[in-house]
Write a protein that binds this ligand. Structure first.
Ligand code: EPZ
Length: 431
């Protein structure tokens, strides 16, 4: 397994482009099966999760071609309606295909996605919404079988503004008979991006970005072109990297509107921000100020996916801050790894108290999940000495060429292959 090696203490200076949003690409690629036509999706980052989604499309019978950052999907020859366990286990968010396959074929079977590093990850909101749309759902031997010759619209109130459940209902309702109204819908920018793509395909969706989304079902959808929005979590992570190294970094191809909660935290820790239409210049203070309270919330609140990278930065702050993780029940796994570097963090349930220290020391660490792994890179960039981070595959799920991107800003960071580790006897033992 590769590791990431970081020599900390080098300030980051320069310009970095933010790649397309993983959490927009995944539902949009799932939506391509609705059309039976050809769609060119631009600005798709080269990520493990995107590759996993492409494997599912190919398993279903779609033909998929990537040319640079454009993924072309032709779903005309699609003939399967099942996603096997091996593909579901690779990426639990593949459950997003359920609504699209159901709408296309009236039948779908997917393996239970199971939990992940963040906790159980139930899909009860998805399934109860489908039941309201007329779907017969049967679970047997870990497989969810859904049958519904013709989906019909429904009034669906989500008990929690689940991103995935909102997207799944939008996909199913696009080809359902009648109108579906989702109340307490998730309002994330990725939902709005999905609405834009669906409407380009001929769907009739309105209200994405608000808590009420109306979908008037149509009889047929067509392939359409789309360019995916920038990844706001990657942008937040790059800001955290700038924050711990005291440098000035210009982020390009970003959407500042999606980053209001992140920028509020950056200003509170003392960054100077210059914000223009699609770029942000982040000038870090010499010493970060503590941010008293960060509570993760559904959009437009502070995003749970940015919690770990920002916590890593604030380990260096002058003062104490409190993080409350309200979205996932087990999203502090990065804390034990950060304490190996000398971070002073106390966790009690969903609350983490971070007492800033002036300096952290390089250490061997293991990524436990995607954003927690990115947090270890953030902390290592500001540390004294060399850090080595194992289980890089978690980080590669959501960050395209992270080591190359940060090296371009002056970071001393590289990937080390297994052979190099063997040669240098620098293996890291990860659980
Ligand atoms: C999406 O996951 C994102 N993934 C996650 O990003 C993100 O953290 C999350 O939304 C919240 O913003 C993708 O878009 C691919 P949810 P999703 O349904 O849809 C509970 C990353 O790092 N819930 O909004 O799975 C659930 O257990 C990833 O890029 C139910 O109880 O999130 C969780 O506690 C991680 N029942 C909460 O809601 C359900 O049926 C939020 O889940 C569905 C969800």
């Amino acid at each position: 397994m590769s590791v990431i090696v970081v020599e900390g203490g080098h300030s980051l200076e320069g310009t970095i482009r933010v790649h397309g949003a993983k959490n927009a690409v995944l539902p949009i690629l799932a939506a391509t099966v609705l059309s039976g036509g050809k769609s060119d999706v631009e600005n798709c980052p080269a990520l493990r999760d995107v590759a996993a989604t492409v494997r599912i499309l190919e398993h279903l019978g779609c033909s998929v071609r990537r040319e640079g950052a454009t993924i072309s999907v032709d779903s005309s020859a699609m003939q399967r309606s099942d996603i096997p366990e091996c593909l579901m286990r690779e990426m639990r968010s593949s459950v997003i295909f359920l609504g699209a396959i159901l709408a296309r074929f009236g039948t779908a079977s997917v393996a239970m996605p199971g939990g992940c590093e963040l906790g159980p990850r139930p899909i009860d909101l998805h399934l109860s919404a489908f039941a309201q749309m007329g779907v017969n759902i049967r679970e047997a031997h870990g497989i969810i079988h859904c049958e519904c010759p013709k989906l019909h619209g429904a009034a669906i109130h989500l008990a929690f503004p689940s991103v995935g459940a909102t997207e799944n209902v939008m996909l199913a309702a696009s080809l359902a008979e009648g109108t579906t109204v989702i109340t307490n819908a998730a309002k994330e920018p990725e939902i709005e991006d999905l609405q834009i793509y669906l409407n380009r395909m001929g769907a009739r969706v309105q209200g994405a970005g608000s808590d009420t989304i109306r979908i008037d079902g149509v009889s047929r959808l067509y392939g359409a072109p789309h360019r995916v929005i920038p990844d706001r979590i990657v942008a937040a992570t790059y800001m955290a990297c700038s924050a711990v190294t005291g440098g000035t970094v210009e982020l390009t191809d970003v959407c500042p509107k999606h980053l209001e909660a992140i920028m509020a935290v950056a200003r509170e820790y003392g960054a100077e921000l210059i914000v223009e239409e699609n770029r942000i210049i982040h000038r870090a203070p010499q010493r970060l100020r503590a941010v008293k309270m960060i509570r993760t919330m559904p959009y437009p609140g502070f995003p749970t996916d940015a919690q770990a990278p920002m916590m890593a930065a604030l380990c260096y702050a002058d003062g104490t801050g409190i993080f409350t993780e309200t979205i996932f029940e087990n999203r502090f796994k990065h804390v034990t790894e950060l304490t190996r570097m000398g971070a002073d963090i106390t966790v009690e349930g969903r609350i983490a108290v971070v007492r800033g220290v002036p300096q952290l020391g390089g250490a061997n660490m293991c990524a436990m999940e995607l954003r927690g792994g990115a947090a270890l890179v953030v902390a290592a960039l500001g540390a004294q000495g060399v850090s080595r981070i194992g289980r890089v595959h978690f980080i590669e799920r959501g960050y395209e060429n992270l080591t190359e991107a940060l090296s371009g800003l002056g970071a001393k960071i590289r990937k080390e292959t297994e052979d190099e580790q063997r040669e240098k006897k620098t293996h890291i033992v990860c659980p």
